[in-house]
Every structure is written in structure tokens, then in C-alpha cells.
Design a protein around this ligand. Sequence first.
Ligand SMILES: Nc1ncnc2c1ncn2[C@@H]1O[C@H](COP(=O)(O)OP(=O)(O)O)[C@@H](O)[C@H]1O
Ligand SMILES: [Mg+2]
Length: 300
Amino acid sequence: MEFNVEINHLSKAIGKKKIIKDLSLNIKKGEVFGLLGPNGAGKTTTIRMIVGLIGITSGSVKICGHDVKINHKEALENVGAIVENPEMYPFLSGLENLNYFSRMHKGISNEKIEEIVEFVNLEGRIKDKVKTYSLGMRQRLGIAQSLLNNPKVLILDEPTNGLDPAGIKELRQYLQTLAHEKGVTVIVSSHMLSEIELMCDRVAIIKAGELIAIENLKGKTEEKYYQFKVTPIDKAQELLSKEYQLSSEVTEGLLEFQLPNSNLGIPEIVKLLVGNNIAIYSIEPKENSLEDKFMNLTMK
Ligand SMILES: Nc1ncnc2c1ncn2[C@@H]1O[C@H](COP(=O)(O)OP(=O)(O)O)[C@@H](O)[C@H]1O
Ligand SMILES: [Mg+2]
């Protein structure tokens, strides 16, 4: 497994306040990885440490094998990032901005710039002044700028902020193409679960500076949680446990359980319950969505 970003026991303290606590994450080549957490969770602080904008209190960040603390230059050569608002000159055209930023790197040809402009769909407007751009266009220009040095890792802090639904969809498509077709590691942060769910292959949920969970969002499995309305409910619970070693919960009067990935299916469960004189009134699949988990984790 090739990891482009390796975060090990990363912590950040400012004064006496611990902002990031022992965060460890490995992010793969060619995946869109989300950092999801409510405002104040520590997403921006984490990203700022990854891209070397602020110091690391303890732990380490490696980018393409280079330690950000020790081999700062080699590590950051591989990174393109937009943290908070990208710096653009409003009175220059989009192209003039890109030409200006391209001088900060070595050997970026006009063809390369053209290719990037095409990739972010700004050909038609690239000669217009940036002050006439919509927010979505500025965002795309920002992405174009961060792609100038052919980064292996692209990091965007809350990139969907202020974008309309069409802009968000477009951004999602760019980022997925970059990751899945060009092998770039894309890291995005958001406090919006729905966006992360659509955009990312994997997500880390962060709360109060701590990693709460890492979830796979690609090839999500079929809904395997079920809710049964049955009486008597305690007897049903006991049977499931005894016969099939299924642990169940009672939520709002419904018996809730997850089927294991085996041949055990609903027909077997129904047979067991009915065969033991338990009345079944309804059976419903329940999607174990990220939303439930996110809510459970962040609201507690
Ligand atoms: N320079 C700083 N000094 C003190 N506290 C800070 C500083 N920067 C961030 N914080 C605090 O760290 C926490 C995480 O902030 P941040 O990383 O911006 O969260 P997020 O990006 O997830 O909204 C917040 O409680 C914030 O107030
Ligand atoms: Mg932030």
C-alpha cells in the first residue's frame, strides 16, 4: 500500500490548550480523503501542520516519505494546497495570476498552464480580470494555481464553502478525476457530512482535536441493519442471541440488529421468531448511514 501522507501521533498545543490530540492517519495515493468535523474540531489546524504553515508540537507528518519537520522542502514540493482564501490579484486576469504564481516554481511551460486551465474549465474566461469572476470561478482558479507544480498531494480546506450546488458538483468531479485518473491524493475538509459523503472515498471524523472514526465510503455495503416490530420483544431478543449469536438493541419499541455477512437472512430470522410464537408486525431495513454515526459522535 502506497501512502502519500502519513500522520503519526500528531499533536498541537497553543499555550496550555491542546488543539490536536494524538492524531494518526495514513492517506493513500489516488484517493479523495475527507476530514469531517464540526466547526472548531481542528481541521484547519491539522491541515496547517500538514502543509507546514504552523509548527508541530509532537508527532510527525510525512509527505511522499519526507518528514515535513526534517525535510521541509522535499516534503512540500509534493503539495498543492488552498488553506482559507487563496491569494489572487483581482485586477489581473486569471492567466496573469497563473503566470505570476508559476514563476515560483521551476520549469512550468505555457502548455502546462493551458492544460490546467482547460482542466478546470476556465478557457473562456481566463483572460478576464479575476474581480469579474464568480466565487466558483475563483475557486477553480485557486485549484488551477495549486496544480501548477504537479502536486502528488492536493489539500483543500473547506473547498465547498460559498459554492452553489452546481459549483459543488463540478468541484467534486475535478477532485475525483484528479484522484482516480491521475493518482493524486486529495484531502478535503468539511463540516458538511452530505458533501463529504458524495465526494470522498474515505473519511476521518474529528471531534475536539481527536480522531473518532475512519469510514470507508466507497463500495458501501448493502443496508444490513433491520428493525423488527415484534411482541414479546424481550423473548425475541433472547432467541436471536441464543440461536444465532445476534446482539440486538431496542430502540423506540423496535428490535434493531445487524445481519452478519453470512447466509443468515431474514427468512431464517422470521422462521425462528414465528416458530417460537412471536408476533411480527413489521420488518424494515435500516441504513446504517454515516449521518447516524456522525450525529451520534458529534452530539454526545
Ligand atoms: N492560534 C490559535 N490560538 C488559540 N486557539 C486556536 C488557534 N487556532 C485555532 N484555535 C482553536 O483550535 C480549535 C480548532 O480550530 P480549527 O482548526 O480552526 O477548527 P476547524 O477548522 O475544524 O473549524 C478551535 O477551538 C480554535 O478556537
Ligand atoms: Mg477550519
